[in-house]
Design a binder for this molecule. Structure first.
Ligand SMILES: Nc1ncnc2c1ncn2[C@@H]1O[C@H](COP(=O)(O)OP(=O)(O)OP(=O)(O)O)[C@@H](O)[C@H]1O
Length: 349
């Protein structure tokens, strides 16, 4: 496992010092993928460089399998780096070396016997599904295949931590999915602790077990992905959900924003809502994902039902949170005003 304690990185000195990472704390267990997301300038690259020990932290520590690495003297630091394999953004292979030769590089640097290197490279190529591409040069490989070579190279020295630095950035959605599937497979088979640094929120949904949001060098929110996605109060959970573009509701109906607010939402919630409210609920938009065996998501539903409290309660009993309105920033006030009078009236009747 890897544990980051109070990690701080400042550039410059005295009054000119700029703190880029400010007392970060997190831990990633074996068999866990921990995603770090954040906007441009949040400090992701700096964090990457500190974790793979290319930059020394100003203070704080990086502990891998119980050993503090960041303050080791230079020679021991070189050795310690082997415990952390890094996968870089796609174009990081040596263009004049074949896939097999790229993967062999870390082993050659270490002076591993050629025969042993050959066997290990063959094993790694098979492991990432590229046994038939050993002799291909990077320009003869697709983006996804190049990334698989990068992953194999990162695993050459049998690290216990895999650091993925924007590894899927610039890949098309299909290729991203296959790289993500490989990382999840490796997490399980090799019991790796994976730190997955990215600016792509949609990839986090596919890959992460846990996630932290970095903003101005601080972790502003973090947690298990499933917990964040099933907590309507989580800003990070909301930001991780894909945006919806709902169809307009039928005349006289109003849209309700529905979010999964529990791990136990029944699959037939739409039917149940319709039954309990005595009217068909119209599905105007929805995104539902299976995240580590739990359904999470959100939807927009059109309803005529007049009592907001009744609607909210009906959804709440099913583990869903419902709020009226189209979701358009300027629509909420009008929607509420329109709804209150008839709602109260109908409730009273
Ligand atoms: N060597 C340096 N000296 C001074 N400031 C630096 C240095 N490296 C990075 N910074 C500053 O640290 C902040 C974080 O930069 P960093 O590159 O880590 O962010 P990032 O989240 O990776 O951004 P991006 O997604 O755009 O690559 C920025 O404000 C940047 O200007």
């Amino acid at each position: 496992m890897i544990r980051i304690d109070q990690l701080t990185k400042a550039y410059g000195h005295g009054p000119d010092a700029v703190t880029v990472l400010d007392k970060l704390d997190f831990a990633v267990d074996r068999g866990e993928i921990f995603a770090v997301v954040g906007p441009s300038g949040a400090g992701k690259s700096t964090l990457t460089q500190c974790i793979n020990l290319l930059e020394r932290p100003t203070s704080g520590s990086i502990v891998v399998n119980g050993q503090e690495l960041s303050s080791l003297p230079e020679r021991q630091l070189r050795e310690a780096r082997r415990r952390i394999g890094t996968v870089f953004q796609s174009a990081s292979l040596f263009s004049r070396r074949t896939a097999a030769q790229n993967i062999a590089m870390p082993l050659e640097y270490l002076g591993v016997e050629p025969r042993e290197t050959k066997a290990r490279v063959a094993e790694l190529l098979e492991r990432v599904g590229l046994g038939h591409r050993a002799g291909h040069y990077p320009h003869q490989l697709s983006g996804g295949q190049r990334q698989r070579v990068g992953i194999a190279r990162a695993l050459a020295l049998r690290p216990s931590v895999l650091l993925s630095d924007e590894a899927t950035s610039g890949l098309d959605p299909e290729t991203t999915r296959s790289v993500v599937a490989l990382l999840r497979e490796l997490r399980d088979d090799l019991d790796l602790a994976v730190v997955f640094i990215t600016h792509e929120m949609d990839t986090v949904l596919q890959v992460a077990d846990s996630v932290a949001k970095l903003e101005h060098g601080r972790i502003v929110e973090s947690g298990r992905l499933v917990d964040l996605l099933t907590d309507h109060g989580s800003a990070l959970g909301r930001a991780l959900q894909p945006q919806l573009d709902p169809a307009p509701p039928a005349d006289g109906a109003r849209p309700w924003q529905v979010t999964y607010d529990s791990r136990n939402v029944p699959q037939d919630w739409l039917q149940r809502v319709s039954q309990e409210l005595g009217e068909p609920a119209a599905l105007l938009a929805a995104t539902i994902q299976n995240v580590n065996g739990v359904s999470t998501g959100k939807a927009t539903v059109g309803l005529h039902a007049a009592s907001p409290d009744l609607v909210r309660d009906t959804f709440a009993r099913l583990g869903l949170r419902a709020e009226p309105g189209s979701g358009r920033p300027d629509a909420g006030a009008q929607d509420t005003a329109r709804e209150d009078a008839p709602a109260t009236l109908e409730h009273a009747l």
